[in-house]
Design a binder for this molecule. Structure first.
Ligand code: AMP
Ligand code: ZN
Length: 468
């Protein structure tokens, strides 16, 4: 069995074949840090975190890079509005991003490169494009010449003429062609700027991802990911820049997550219909938000509403409850042989989970497999006789599979026996003695003793008390 993933570039599900066996190099476009992330952004970071975790679970050594866009027009404007410098604004919102994503269980990338720390690499990249004749300078700005990249449009599957027609709205006298895009932007007086061969300025947005992915992952790498809105023009432009320079494919697989919508409209900062991750985390547990996001396939849109979130809570509770019940029952159970039939069901769950996740990371179906496992565990718990080994096998598999998705469940750390569990055990002991099964009766006495429960045989029957 192998992992199949949908590649936007070929519009097909393809078998994952890493450039280097056993290794995956993956780049995810990160946030522009001029504001707190909204829950649409959070979806992107979360779904690619799950893909990364799953690839690691399947034994790949994953190098995961996600940038911070810490200088652009929006950051400059925000800095002006807040009376701060651009780096101050960036630091503030990088810290905010880290706080929110950590709460949501998103693992840190191996490298989180910041644009402002890679200006030399970016300038060198642009210089090489100019030297190759695929980029040109006009009055301190540098543009990429899209006419020089015949494959332009291959990722978003649009032909150049259609694209040109669409781009005419964005008239810029300096460009040779409306599709050309800025690699370097001349600074306006007072703006944050760096020296370059073309005068003072700052990088365009697209070039940063080309330069930083190349630095950390090489000229060709395995997976490049981001939200659907980044497919065009951002990723198309990254391909044009990188492939013009290296004449090699930039990335093998291009993955795009669907939007998180609110009232069937994309949640975005520009539309103003957004809810920050921070606000939502105040109201709901971040683990519930994570669970909710994974109930949809990463490529499909997901509608956000509080009702849907509350519905997801019911599903999550089923898992929380079974874990609690298994833990409690474990405390009240004795050692025994791992039940072979139950073990088969448990192992089968792992197989099915892997099959679903191998199929383009189908988290909703993978969650259904977890629910089936929960059902089997509940069935098992209904038996009068259970043993610790089988209960533990259920617990281990539930934790293994939910753990791959980065889901956590508060385990009941209280190891104390509940009164009803104690009474059930005492009944079992009495029954064992009637059956003259003294070994079992003593075993129960010892088990209870180890939990601090003292038994006293009285003429009225067995009494118990907790040792103080
Ligand atoms: P930005 O900071 O706007 O560049 O966005 C960071 C990431 O969030 C990008 O991968 C975007 O494609 C993604 N994104 C933005 N809005 C949404 C949305 N409503 N649903 C899902 N992903 C989104
Ligand atoms: Zn990018």
């Amino acid at each position: 069995m192998s992992i199949q993933l949908y590649n936007t570039l070929t519009r097909k599900k393809e078998k994952l074949e890493p450039l280097e066996p056993g290794k995956i190099r993956m780049y995810v476009c990160g946030p522009t840090v001029y504001n707190h992330i909204h829950i649409g952004n959070a979806r992107a970071f979360l779904v690619f975190d799950v893909i990364r975790r799953y690839l690691e679970y399947r034994g790949y050594d994953v190098t995961y890079v996600q940038n911070f866009t810490d200088v652009d027009d929006k950051l400059i404007r925000t800095a002006e509005d807040m009376g701060k410098t651009v780096p101050e604004v960036a630091d503030q919102f990088i810290a905010s991003y880290q706080e929110d994503t950590e709460a949501l269980g998103v693992k840190k990338a191996d490298v989180h490169p910041r644009v402002t720390e890679h200006i030399d690499e970016i300038i060198s990249f642009i210089k090489q494009l100019v030297d190759k004749g695929v980029a040109y300078e006009v009055d301190g700005d540098v543009y990429f010449d899209t006419e020089k990249f015949p494959e332009y449009g291959k990722l978003s599957h649009q032909n150049i003429d259609e694209l040109k027609a669409g781009a005419r709205i964005d008239v810029n006298e300096k460009k040779k062609n409306p599709l050309d895009f800025a690699l370097w932007k001349k600074a306006k007086p007072g703006e944050i700027a760096w020296d370059s061969p073309w005068g003072k300025g700052r990088p365009g947005w697209h070039i940063e991802c080309s330069a930083m992915s190349m630095k950390y992952l090489g000229e060709s790498f395995d997976i490049h990911a981001g939200g659907t809105d980044l497919c065009f023009p951002h990723h198309e432009n990254e391909i044009a820049q990188s492939e013009s320079l290296t004449e090699k494919p930039m990335a093998r697989y291009w993955l795009h997550n669907g939007f998180l919508n609110i009232n069937n409209e994309k949640m975005s900062k520009s539309l103003g219909n957004f809810l920050t991750a921070k606000d939502l985390i105040q109201q709901y547990s971040p683990q519930l938000i994570r669970f909710f996001m994974l109930t949809a396939h990463y490529r499909h849109p997901i509608n956000f509403s509080e009702e849907l979130l509350e519905q997801a809570e019911k599903g999550r509770e089923r898992i929380t409850n079974v874990i609690e019940n298994l833990e409690h029952r474990k405390q009240a159970s004795l050692d025994g042989e791992l039940d072979v039939d139950e073990q088969k069901k448990i192992e089968k769950a792992r197989e099915k989970f892997i099959a679903e996740m191998d199929d383009d990371f189908n988290t909703p179906n993978a969650i259904t497999v977890i629910f089936e496992l929960v059902k089997d565990a509940n069935h098992y718990l209904r038996r009068p006789q259970v043993n610790r080994q089988t209960i533990q096998a259920y617990l281990d598999m539930i934790h293994e599979l939910t753990g791959v998705l980065g889901l956590e469940f508060n385990e009941n750390k209280d190891e104390a026996l509940l009164d009803e569990e104690i009474e059930k055990l005492i009944e079992e002991r009495t029954e064992a003695r009637i059956q003259k099964n003294y070994a079992r009766a003593d075993e129960i006495r010892d088990l209870l003793k180890s939990k601090g429960i003292v038994l006293e045989d009285t003429p009225q029957g067995v009494r118990w008390r907790r040792e103080t």
